[in-house]
Design a protein around this ligand. Structure first.
Ligand SMILES: C[S@@+](CC[C@H](N)C(=O)[O-])C[C@H]1O[C@@H](n2cnc3c(N)ncnc32)[C@H](O)[C@@H]1O
Length: 380
């Protein structure tokens, strides 16, 4: 069965809903925006004063702890991926501010630490995400994104902005895919799921089976967290797999994946952590799946992924970046793996679609031209 494209009506409806939400959140006068701009500068300064001493104590401690773990990839070991907690944190901030869709991220981040186990890291995390939310309520600015703004030529992300756009776009892709199935069987496979909550928060038809594939450490930590929150296993089949040492499709197949059923693979915030060969191999798997199967993923531009400062940061977190695409080679790379590019979104379109705007037309968050979001599928 060929899965039809998401209807224009569905997309328009979601855009209208976001516009209504933005109108409720953002001040509707340029004068008020200016006043809030000044207030946000003061708030940002205060946050820097409070956070700087905390960070100067915590960062050396965190590096010591990471060194002790001596893992090539933190995702596979006990406690799992810290970058997955970072993504969760951004979604929790967006939800608590009132513009993000992932409400479950809020109780989840309340039990997590961005710096690994330990009361200090947990306290820091709680202070950190709550201070961003408080800042947004006061000033209608996301202060961590403001802090990044002057360095956009050196750092690609507004952390909340980027993750929020990514979550919204992938939610749209998943609901569009599920809707287009029109009751037929389908599969949703979330690769490198981290603290993804789509299996719970998006109302998927019963005919769609959901799998989450992730490294053992991250997956165990996530399941323990959901258990502690009384969320149980949900209707999700968990598949534990290290992409670097196991063929994930074989592991998934053993857990019940059906090659004959149209499948959407969601691959959010993962390609940068894998080798180019592994990324290419994963794309080629989609070609072996049923007609209508798709994969949705984000990639970094090569110049960001291999920027020495950012490389050093990712390597210190024991989750080194290994993959990026040069300008102009993105779509050919996907096509070389036998897939058609169905959608390829870059910064400007993401800001337009997903970021609430102030009265002066500026987005409340910043985003550099980090790379893009791609939806690819079997051609024909
Ligand atoms: C930045 S996190 C993104 C998590 C989630 N998709 C999200 O956006 O919130 C990267 C994810 O990739 C997973 N990952 C990284 N390397 C992996 C590997 N070799 N095998 C399996 N999973 C891996 C980590 O466990 C983590 O869940």
């Amino acid at each position: 069965m060929e899965v039809a494209a998401d209807s224009d009506a569905g997309v328009a409806e979601r855009e209208a809903k976001r516009a209504r939400q933005a109108a409720e959140l953002m001040p509707r006068s340029v004068a008020v925006d200016r006043a809030l701009g000044w207030l946000s500068a003061v708030y940002l300064g205060l946050c820097c004063v409070v956070l700087a001493p905390a960070l100067s104590l915590l960062i050396p401690l965190m590096l010591l702890r990471l060194r002790k773990r001596e893992l090539a990839n933190a995702s596979t070991g006990e406690g799992g991926s810290l970058t997955a907690i970072k993504a969760l944190c951004a979604r929790a901030v967006a939800a608590a501010c009132g513009f993000g869709p992932d409400a479950l991220a809020v109780p989840m981040i309340q039990r997590c630490s961005l710096t690994g186990p330990g009361v200090g890291g947990w306290l820091f995390t709680q202070f950190y995400w709550r201070s961003i939310v408080l800042g947004f309520r006061l000033t209608r600015r996301v202060y961590v994104d403001q802090l990044v703004a002057p360095f956009l030529q050196r750092m690609p992300f507004g952390e909340v902005t980027y993750m929020h756009a990514r979550t919204c776009w992938l939610d749209d892709v998943v609901t569009g895919f599920a809707g287009a199935l029109e009751g037929e069987l389908g599969q949703l496979v979330i690769l490198g799921a981290g603290y993804d909550t789509r299996g719970r928060r998006l109302t998927l038809p019963e005919s769609v089976r959901c799998f989450e594939v992730d490294a053992p450490g991250t997956q165990a930590a996530k399941r323990a967290l959901l258990e502690a929150l009384g969320q149980g296993e949900g209707d999700v089949t968990y598949v534990s797999c290290d992409f670097a040492t196991q063929r994930w499709i074989d592991v998934l197949h053993r857990e019940g994946f059906d090659f004959g059923v149209p499948t959407l693979f969601v691959w959010e915030g993962v390609t940068m952590y894998l080798t180019p060969a592994l990324v290419a191999e994963t794309l080629r798997v989609v070609r072996q799946c049923a007609p209508g199967s798709r994969i949705a993923f984000d990639y970094l531009l090569h110049r960001w992924a291999f920027d020495p400062a950012l490389q050093a940061k990712a390597t210190r977190a024991r989750e080194p970046w290994q993959f990026g695409l040069r300008e102009g080679e993105q779509e050919p790379f996907v096509q070389q793996q036998g897939l058609a590019v169905l959608e390829h979104l870059r910064r400007d379109e993401l800001l337009r679609r997903y970021l609430p705007r102030r009265a002066d037309g500026e987005s409340m968050g910043v985003l550099a031209d980090f790379g893009g979001f791609v939806l690819a599928g079997r051609p024909g």
